[in-house]
Write a protein that binds this ligand. Structure first.
Ligand code: GLC
Length: 752
């Protein structure tokens, strides 16, 4: 009898595997053994993951000194910020800000960076970032899953670069299409914008990155943004801009809210008691923390009492001045502790304490594919006369590629959102930045056309001549914008309109590809055959555009903003420039309290975007929710289920010969007594359909989405009366209509 039972090969392997260091390194197996974990918890009871974030935060708070508490309430500066010194610069990660931790208690530094559509400042730190499509562009996908994947890419790349907090999540409603940051926001409808930004944030935080939602609130113009005072009624605010934040917070549970530079109804957002305490912390029960925009803090006692928890990027008001205020009693210790608690509980809730960042290699290939897929879902086909698209490579033997540096790449948005292209030298603030690969290169690769030639478009006659010699002309045009500026108009800059006119005159088989920040005026719309809105397309954008142009992908995007016929059709007062002599951004850096120097009254109230054009019976160039496809769809059989949570059911059919995805939109008209605009978006469903296929779709409608905000009761209510539900493929094409009576029901919860 052998001393040892024979060990077969598999057993030997199994023993080896368990002992091998590789095994120990594999994250799945690298579990801290129970003893070590118990020892850690014994030493620091707050490290017990079984306790709630609030319990853990309270346990840490009780251990902290006053100085340690104060350290959590402000930033340590931003490289190059107004020449201000950074005493602890060596503790930073190269991002736009960081907040000290409490090393002796195991609380990490909060390393934050801008990440609107990708991680900022990467190349200058020797790192790589994927640029996702612009935020507005991604909103054209109307796709919560795509929004989640968007947030996942950014969250993972932040972590890989050593950050544990994102400063993305812009969701200010697009009231003024010429706003310089329109590309950073999610469009004009609060339900679409809030739902998508919430899903982005949810999936950023799922990889242990503190998500934030910004800029709270009414940060709708860049001109004089630190001096403007927005005047707007409470109902109008609650049913528009605040509703986008409310839904984003309910869906994504961001741990942080960034308050805005501007004032609202007389008080700066970052010391506005109504916004920060009455609405955010009391009505919406927001448990996280409010951080200021960079330089957006204006006081110590007032801001602290109003609900500001953290000053960025520096410590003008929330360091020594805060300590003095606490010691004098001007700021109660309980108030200071609430600020600290909110920050600590957020760190535990998102997992940055239990999962410390470990720099790693960015999965560039995976993220580029996701960026391309999101852009493919975000591209909006606006015109396709004679089905010039998709391009039939069997019939096209020559293509002219014209304009917008299409021999280099596709443009991206500027300001604090700017992502550095791989290997680039760090772009300056408001520099025009193009992301490779070039459309010329990718279209050449995708088309078997014998010739694909490029003309820069700088000489329209030369471009027109090339177009005249080609079977089809594709004119790429750009409308660049950035934080810190507003657009002078919605017209394409740099004579691009004239370029399009001349090219189309030479060859009516002209397709225009828009690389735009926002809506664009199109005086040439009747002279071209195709128009494709590609937005700021991101690192995967060129491939996405080519896949749409050549029909590898059937477009499904729908506009998240209205394209008006003229700027003047927008609600007044539009962009209001600051008065001569206004302080400019340095105002917020003064040690004294800055004051708003001019005001803008939002007379349109809650009538944002399509709600305004509907109420004013104004025709538009392209309506909210509009988008064509390489197939067609029909709608039938609308039924409405009244009740505590009403629902609509209807049938969508693919009546064309290509598979596609139809975004079926649901709108509601409230009873006349509500005194509301003609209709509001209340839901949608993205329906994949094969040729000839029909599907029945059900869309449940949260009561909140059918309610009005009652200023007297300071709450939402569903009015009794006759409601009209409308369903179709665009806000201007709603073939299904059904009237039902809904009875008053208890006030809906606040959208949680
Ligand atoms: C900027 C922006 C804000 C950004 C912050 C840090 O001025 O308004 O969106 O996150 O400062 O760069």
């Amino acid at each position: 009898m052998d001393k040892f039972p024979s060990l077969n090969l598999l057993s030997i392997f199994a023993i080896f595997a368990v002992l091998s260091p590789a095994y120990a390194q594999h994250p799945r197996h690298n579990m801290p053994d129970a003893t070590a974990q118990n020892q850690a918890i014994a030493a620091r009871p707050w490290m017990n993951p079984k306790l709630s974030p609030d319990q853990r935060a309270d346990m840490v708070l009780r251990q902290m000194t006053l100085d340690e508490k104060i350290d959590l309430l402000h930033g340590q500066g931003m490289p190059g910020w107004r020449g201000k010194p950074m005493p602890n610069a060596d503790l930073g990660n190269g991002g736009v800000g960081f907040v000290l931790g409490v090393p002796r208690l195991g609380i990490p530094i909060i390393q934050m960076d801008d990440a609107a559509y990708g991680v900022r400042l990467s190349a200058r730190n020797g790192r790589y970032s994927t640029a996702m499509p612009s935020n507005l562009g991604s909103a054209a996908s109307w796709d919560a899953q795509a929004a989640c994947e968007y947030g996942g890419v950014i969250g993972r790349e932040l972590r890989a670069q050593g950050y544990n907090m994102s400063l993305g999540g812009g969701v200010d409603l697009v009231r003024e299409l010429r706003g310089g940051r329109t590309f950073e926001y999610m469009g004009e409808d609060p339900i679409l914008a809030g739902t998508l930004v919430g899903n982005r944030i949810k999936c950023e935080q799922a990889v242990h990155v503190i998500g934030d939602i910004k800029h709270y609130a009414m940060n709708d113009q860049e001109s004089g943004r630190t001096e403007v005072d927005v005047i707007i009624g409470k109902r109008a605010m609650q049913e528009s801009d605040l509703l986008a934040f409310q839904i984003g917070i309910a869906v994504g549970h961001p741990a942080a809210v960034m308050c805005a530079y501007n004032a609202v109804n007389g008080d700066y957002s970052c010391q506005n008691n109504y916004l920060l305490t009455d609405v955010l912390k009391q009505s919406w029960h927001f448990p996280g923390f409010v951080l200021s925009d960079w330089g957006g803090t204006h006081s110590t006692v007032k801001a602290s009492a109003a609900g500001l928890d953290n000053e960025q990027p520096l410590d003008i008001f929330y360091s020594e001045k805060m300590k003095e205020a606490v010691q004098s009693g001007a700021v109660p210790m309980s108030q200071l502790d609430d600020h600290v608690h909110r920050i600590l509980r957020s760190e535990f809730a998102v997992g940055i304490v239990d999962y410390p960042t470990q720099k790693s290699v960015v999965q560039a290939e995976r993220d580029l594919n996701i960026a391309r897929k999101v852009e493919e879902q975000s591209i909006v086909l606006l015109k396709n006369e004679h089905n010039i698209l998709p391009l039939d490579v069997a019939k096209i033997h020559s293509i002219a590629i014209i304009g917008s540096h299409a021999d280099v790449g596709m443009i991206s948005g500027g300001g604090s959102a700017q992502v550095d292209p791989p290997g680039s030298t760090s772009p300056e603030w408001q520099e025009h930045v193009w992301f490779p690969p070039s459309p010329l290169k990718v279209i050449r690769a995708q088309s078997s056309a014998s010739t694909v030639q490029f003309d820069s478009g700088s000489d329209a006659a030369s471009a027109a001549a090339l177009a005249g010699r080609s079977d089809v002309a594709i004119v790429f045009v750009n409308q660049w914008s950035s934080e810190g500026m507003d657009l002078p108009s919605l017209s394409l800059p740099d004579n691009q309109d004239a370029l399009i006119e001349q090219v189309a005159a030479a060859n009516p088989r002209t397709i225009v590809v828009l690389e735009s920040s926002t809506a664009v005026l199109m005086p040439w719309i009747d002279k071209v055959s195709g128009v494709v809105e590609a937005w700021f397309a991101g690192s995967g954008g060129t491939h996405a555009v080519a896949n749409i142009l050549f029909g590898k992908v059937n477009p499904s995007g729908k506009l998240p903003i209205t394209f008006p016929l003229t700027e003047a059709d927008q609600p007044p007062p539009q962009i209001v420039p600051p008065p001569p002599g206004a302080q400019g951004r340095t105002a917020v850096m003064r040690t004294g309290e800055a004051k708003p120097t001019f005001s803008v009254e939002y007379t349109e109230g809650l009538k944002v975007g399509y709600k305004w054009y509907d109420a004013e019976h104004k025709k538009v160039l392209f309506p909210f929710g509009f988008g064509l496809a390489y197939t067609t769809y029909s709608y039938s059989n609308l039924q409405v289920e009244p009740g505590a949570t009403p629902a609509v059911t209807f049938t969508v059919k693919n009546t064309g010969n290509r598979a596609g995805e139809e975004i079926a939109e649901v709108y509601a008209a409230l009873p006349a007594s509500a005194n509301e605009p003609p209709k509001r978006l209340v839901g949608w469903s993205k329906v994949p359909l094969n040729p000839g296929e029909s599907k029945q779709v059900r869309v449940a409608i949260p009561q909140l989405y059918l309610s009005i905000y009652d200023e007297q009761q300071q709450g939402w209510k569903l009015l009794p009366g006759s409601y009209s539900f409308m369903v179709g493929g665009s806000s201007a094409d709603l073939p299904l209509v059904k009237q039902v009576d809904l009875s008053a029901t208890p006030a809906p919860n606040s959208g949680q």
